[in-house]
Design a protein around this ligand. Structure first.
Ligand SMILES: NC(=O)c1ccc[n+]([C@@H]2O[C@H](COP(=O)([O-])OP(=O)(O)OC[C@H]3O[C@@H](n4cnc5c(N)ncnc54)[C@H](O)[C@@H]3O)[C@@H](O)[C@H]2O)c1
Length: 268
């Protein structure tokens, strides 16, 4: 059971860099063939993680499973259809879908400014809604239909600790992630008779390259030690995704696993 995902095919959106990349790497290490994805081939350059997504794919392929990459905007139905066509042709039917692409990224590329409820620009609201919610809907529609028809599959939606509490700034982002949490529950209910498991992971602040480049970080929380009052290592989020993707979570459905070191210690 050291490679429990052998024979499975995983698709992780937004995995050209950051948390998605750590998740794809973890799933491959457990035996899955993996399709990685980003909006374009060089988005991984932005914070110095790689020169080209091909390099990211080659790195993950060290685990000895098949790794391909697909590109495109998850909010564009034609692009999503093309991703599905490529993955099905090159790897086969997807068993594990991780909806990871997203983030608090506005129309100009960085965090929206202003980023509060009353002043954020409409263009930023639209881009964030596309990236975090519409994309999750479209990718799920495309990749979960075949799972439903086959009567098996696993979906893991990546939400955020911000989904579970009032936030300002990051109002629109946290609202959209709360919607991702609720969509997880609705899709789980719809898929219950078909044996397609749907869950979410809500990461706390995690040390991705983008996270570190887009804010002033607290040096006391950058450490990896026994304290839980720190930022997560991406691998710690990937471990939770691997658990929900694998056989040990076979009766866990419609749940949200908050992987935040206890940042959100309240019910709901
Ligand atoms: N890093 C954190 O602290 C943290 C905390 C909670 C939740 N999250 C969530 O985890 C996920 C990954 O975050 P990250 O820190 O790795 O960020 P990241 O920016 O490094 O990675 C996100 C990836 O998604 C891609 N993407 C975004 N919108 C897209 C679109 N419309 N089409 C195609 N690709 C798109 C980006 O190009 C990027 O490669 C996001 O959903 C984010 O909201 C991150």
């Amino acid at each position: 059971m050291d490679r429990p995902l052998t024979g499975k095919i995983a698709f992780v959106t937004g995995s050209g860099r950051g948390l998605g990349c750590a998740m794809a790497d973890k799933l491959a290490s457990l035996g899955a063939d993996v399709a990685i994805h980003d909006i374009d081939a060089t988005r991984c350059q932005q914070y110095g993680e790689a020169q080209h997504i091909e390099e990211v794919a080659a790195r993950i392929a060290r685990h000895g499973t098949r790794v391909i990459y697909v590109l495109g905007n998850i909010g564009d139905p034609e692009a999503v259809a093309e991703m599905s066509r490529r993955i099905t042709e090159d790897l086969g039917t997807v068993d594990i879908l991780v909806n990871c692409a997203g983030g608090d990224i506005g129309s100009k590329g960085g965090k929206p400014n202003p980023n509060n409820a009353l002043d954020i620009a409409l263009e930023d609201i639209q881009v964030e809604t596309n990236n975090n919610l519409i994309g999750t809907f479209l990718v799920s529609q495309t990749f979960v239909r075949p799972m439903r028809d086959r009567g098996e599959g696993v979906v893991i939606n990546i939400a955020s600790a911000a989904a579970h509490m009032g936030c300002t700034p990051e109002v629109i982002y946290s609202t959209l992630k709360a919607a991702v949490v609720h969509y997880t529950r609705c899709l789980a209910l719809e898929m219950r008779p078909f044996g397609v498991r749907v869950n979410a992971v809500s990461p706390g602040p995690s040390k991705t390259a983008r996270f570190q480049a887009t804010r002033v970080t607290d040096p006391n929380k950058m450490v990896t030690n026994n304290s839980l009052d720190r930022y997560a290592d991406p691998e710690e989020i990937a471990d939770a995704v691997a658990f929900l993707a694998g056989p040990q979570s076979r009766f866990i459905h419609g749940q949200v696993l908050r992987v935040d070191g206890g940042l959100t210690l309240f019910p709901g």
